[in-house]
Design a protein around this ligand. Structure first.
Ligand SMILES: [Zn+2]
Ligand SMILES: [Zn+2]
Length: 391
């Protein structure tokens, strides 16, 4: 049996197990850095498949590394498994975990034949927006020696090179002074007004930002009682831009809007977080093309997205990985429209028969891509030379 057939056979054999783990993670959603059950289930499945498993790597309790094979070309499949607050697996990370598990087990089956070392890196807390799992794993050296990294993300449609832009998440806190809101309002310093001024300034500024910039946020504390002048308010914002230098420029402008709230009211402002932003994803074009070819072989269809392709922009900490290690981050469709990521309706779509089919297809396409990379001398040599230059 040739390697491609062996990989397909492995995926077929794993199918029920992969869907079981995808559904189990979906049924037990865990927030970022709290994914104890998901990481334990994945580690258990990988250990059963003969992988050497290290839990809690880089000081992150719910991160892990599982390794099999000892070939010269070192491939890492990233597994995400965190959910969103309140709406469960509305980003389908249950499927990401199952696809990376399946791809790794299938690729490991032919690792000796094609010369692969296969890692699964369990990368928690993708949704947290700052100082996330992959950033901590990068800083901790988990990607050292890795020649290429990949994962596949659920979406309404298949899309091989989605625009994934830089993003920074931070909190802003205002501290004012309480007072009776009616009897002694002149003695209060209104921290809620500071936030309102900031939101107004951000709204007006939208005229003067790049078409590709994004600014969105929530109020996390707005006050305690209407008859007490709010002395403490907080909000959480995400700003996004196509590149890290553009993001830095946007950050300066947005922070001036928040300062305006402080200046206008006299409330003290503190900015928390935002220090470890997500970088934009640099898709490796050759690897992406291999993935697309393999996905089509697996039966996937890549629709012509037209203007939608330009409008779409999301962010991921896979961006930080891709700035260091050649990477791919294609989207795989689950036919969910009009439901889209981060809606409860999308949560429901992440365990349908269409989603299950995507789990199988994504695992197969990634495993085939790993085999191609190891077997194609030109691609393999380029990746290994690039890694040697980084070392
Ligand atoms: Zn998401
Ligand atoms: Zn996601």
């Amino acid at each position: 049996m040739d390697e491609r057939a062996a990989v397909r056979e492995s995926c077929t054999k794993q199918r029920e197990g992969l869907l079981d783990i995808s559904h189990r993670i979906h049924a037990h959603p865990e927030l970022g850095f709290e994914e104890e059950r998901a990481s334990a289930w994945l580690c258990e499945a990988l250990a059963d498949a003969g992988f050497a498993v290290e839990k809690g790597i880089c000081g992150v309790p719910t991160a892990f590394r599982a390794r099999k094979g000892s070939g010269p070309l070192h491939v890492a499949f990233c597994a995400e498994y965190d959910c969103l607050p309140g709406i469960g697996h509305a980003c389908g990370h249950n499927m990401i975990a199952a696809m990376s598990l399946g791809a790794a087990v299938a690729a490991a089956r032919v690792a000796d034949a094609v010369g692969l070392t296969v890692d699964v890196l369990g990368t928690p807390a993708e949704e947290v927006g700052n100082d996330s799992g992959k950033i901590r794993l990068l800083e901790g050296g988990a990607f050292r020696g890795v020649h290429c990294a990949m994962m596949v993300h659920p979406a309404p449609f298949d899309f091989v090179v989605p625009k994934l832009i830089a993003a920074s998440m931070f909190d802003v806190e205002y501290r004012g002074k309480e007072a009776h809101a009616s009897a002694f309002p002149e003695l209060g310093v209104n921290a809620a007004d500071a936030l309102t001024v900031a939101q107004t300034a951000v709204g007006l500024m939208r005229q003067h930002i790049l078409q590709t910039d994004r600014i969105h946020g929530i109020v996390t504390k707005g006050g305690d009682a209407p008859n007490v002048v709010p002395a403490h308010t907080c909000c959480r914002y995400i700003i996004r831009s196509e590149t890290m230098p553009q993001l830095e420029q946007l950050r300066g402008k947005v922070l001036r809007c928040f300062e305006a709230g402080s200046v206008a009211t006299g409330a003290r402002m503190t900015v928390l977080g935002g220090d470890k932003p997500y970088a934009d994803v640099r898709h490796d074009a050759a690897l992406a093309a291999l993935y697309q070819r393999n996905a089509v072989s697996a039966g996937r269809v890549f629709p012509d997205l037209g203007a939608q392709a330009d409008r779409f922009a999301a962010s991921t900490d896979m961006g930080n990985v891709s700035q260091v290690v050649p990477s791919i981050h294609p989207l795989i469709g689950i036919d969910s429209l009009p439901a889209v990521n981060h809606q409860p309706e999308f949560t429901a779509h992440c365990v349908t028969p269409v989603a299950d089919r995507a789990v199988y297809d994504g695992a197969l396409a990634m495993a085939w891509t790993a085999v191609d990379i190891a077997s194609d001398a030109a691609v393999r040599d380029r990746l290994m030379k690039a890694a040697a230059a980084r070392a």
